[in-house]
Design a binder for this molecule. Structure first.
Ligand SMILES: *Cc1c(COP(=O)(O)O)cnc(C)c1O
Length: 425
């Protein structure tokens, strides 16, 4: 092929690739993002500070944010516009399921638009009355060999340090544990959990979660990291927190410094919608990244919130901009009171299908269904391996081309029989 023809072929292919992204480029303009909404968020913040009687300094103080979480429908009604129906439902559902919204997260809500994804994630709705679904589908109560511990895997486990969160997600899988009161695990329970890790040398990876691990005070986090760090077989610690999304003020320079002393420390967060990726979240993530903490994201696939390939793609791209690597996309669990968010598996597969090839591999999480009964995370993938022969496999590319690929085992002692492309077609 002459150089000229090669260039001509490349140009035609480039045109074809442009056509593959045309639709997304059009649609993404209408997807709400935290960066694009910065002005509206700032305006809402002002209103909320007025309603709560807070100053800028208060706003940046995570304890103030926690003390002023919105838990009263009358306060909420001063921040966003509620219909009479919504007002009644929120007031009533509060008797059954707890709700609380940090002032910061409330500032991301659209005051007028009931379809705002942040409102759906934070504000109770009448769908929660449904009795369908279970309260503990993951059987967490029967996979706890020691206080505060959940163990489902050979070499790693979870320590649940609190039931508290900055905001109670309406899709929460642990709503049974949220109860009426915020409760940290006691010092006694934490000590026993650490002892369990110490006594079981196969545990090399410890996840500190909750609730939200960053609800603990700095001193407790440091104590726990120090203890785990002193156990020789513990090779790494992961902290699970949603504060990067719901309370970025929690990530103070001091907290970042504490984490940096006990590496390797990883932090996984839970962003579900590109509107949650704000300037404030970016500051918190930057602090952790600079402290040497790799950041990951565990999104939950939620019907009507992020259940389209375009929204999910935008979310994962926005996350990479703030140096958060998409890790998992969880299929929502069958938890009572959350079934309106439940997607079909086809939806998740379709999203995975429309990510691979179409955008950076780094923007593609692993899609997971959690097997009921605590049997473990199970990856779900579209089929890319579509056929087998004795010496080849058939693979399907991201654009849907089915191609033959040689399948053989090399042997350094023999001449490798080179598979001949041409006579097979
Ligand atoms: C999710 C989970 C883990 C961590 O799983 P990874 O796939 O390693 O991220 C560990 N223990 C329990 C009980 C879990 O639910």
């Amino acid at each position: 092929m002459s150089q000229q023809t090669a260039r001509q072929v490349s140009l035609e292919r480039a045109e074809e690739l442009k056509s593959r992204i045309a639709e997304y480029l059009k649609v993404q303009e209408d997807i709400q993002t935290g960066f694009k909404s910065a002005d509206t968020i700032a305006a809402q913040k002002k209103i909320i500070m007025e309603v709560l009687g807070g100053t800028e300094a208060n706003w940046d103080d995570w304890h103030w944010q926690m003390d002023n979480r919105i838990t009263d429908v009358n306060v909420l009604a001063n921040i966003i516009n509620l219909s009479d129906d919504e007002y009644d439902v929120i007031k009533d559902i509060g008797q059954q399921y707890r709700w609380a919204i940090s002032p910061y997260y409330a500032s991301l809500m659209d005051p007028d638009d009931r379809s705002c994804p942040i409102r759906w994630l934070a504000v109770p709705s009448a769908f929660e009355y449904s009795e369908r679904g279970e309260l503990d589908p993951m059987a967490e109560t029967t996979t706890s060999p020691a206080p505060a511990i959940t163990r489902r895997y050979p070499d790693r486990l979870i320590i649940k340090v609190t039931n508290q969160c900055a905001m109670y997600c309406r899709h929460c899988q642990r709503r049974r544990a949220i109860g009426e009161l915020d409760k940290h695990s006691t010092q006694e329970q934490l000590t026993q959990a650490v002892e369990y890790v110490r006594d079981n040398p196969e545990i090399r990876d410890v996840l500190i979660t909750g609730g939200d691990a960053f609800m603990l005070e700095d001193e407790t986090i440091e104590w726990l990291l120090k203890e785990l760090n002193s156990i020789e077989h513990v090779e790494m610690v992961r902290l699970g927190t949603r504060t990067l999304v719901t309370l970025p003020q929690r990530v103070t320079p001091k907290l970042a410094e504490i984490l940096s002393k006990y590496h390797p420390v990883y932090v996984n967060s839970h962003f579900n919608h590109p509107k949650e990726v704000t300037n404030e979240a970016a500051v918190a993530c930057d602090r952790l990244s600079r402290a040497g903490v790799p950041l990951g994201n565990q999104a939950v696939l939620l019907n009507g919130i992020n259940s389209s390939a375009h929204v999910m793609k935008k979310l994962n791209q926005e996350l990479l901009r703030i140096r958060v690597r998409p890790y998992y996309m969880f299929h929502a669990k069958v938890v009572r009171g959350t079934l309106h968010f439940h997607p079909r598996v086809e939806t998740g597969l379709e999203i995975m299908e429309q990510l691979r090839g179409f955008t950076s591999g780094m923007a593609i999480p692993t899609y997971i269904i959690n097997a009921p009964g605590g049997l473990g995370k199970t990856p779900i993938l579209p089929n890319y391996l579509v056929g087998w022969g004795s010496d080849h496999v058939m693979i399907r590319t991201w654009e849907g081309n089915v191609v033959k690929y040689p399948n053989f085992e090399g042997n350094v002692a023999q001449n490798i029989e080179v598979w001949d492309d041409d006579d097979e077609d």
